[in-house]
Write a protein that binds this ligand. Structure first.
Ligand SMILES: [Zn+2]
Length: 70
């Protein structure tokens, strides 16, 4: 399996999707859900789609795994 990260276009998602994805986060540093993220980047790795951004509270990276491949 490739370790290559394939960039995807987060901005091609619906605004509603984007808002939800940017809101529903888990931050390992804050140990809290739904703090929100900034600078979202979407990519695919090992066949799984991820949104990576920065925690709005502490600024550390947060990752969301997406399972709605539609
Ligand atoms: Zn945080």
């Amino acid at each position: 399996m490739s370790d290559e990260r394939i960039d995807r276009d987060f901005n091609s998602r619906d605004l509603k999707d984007r808002e939800e994805l940017m809101h529903h986060t888990w931050c390992d540093v804050c140990q809290q859900v739904d703090l929100g993220m900034t600078d979202p980047q979407e990519y695919e790795l090992h066949g799984i789609v991820f949104i990576e951004g920065r925690c709005q509270v502490c600024g550390n990276p947060v990752y969301t795994e997406i399972d709605d491949e539609s």
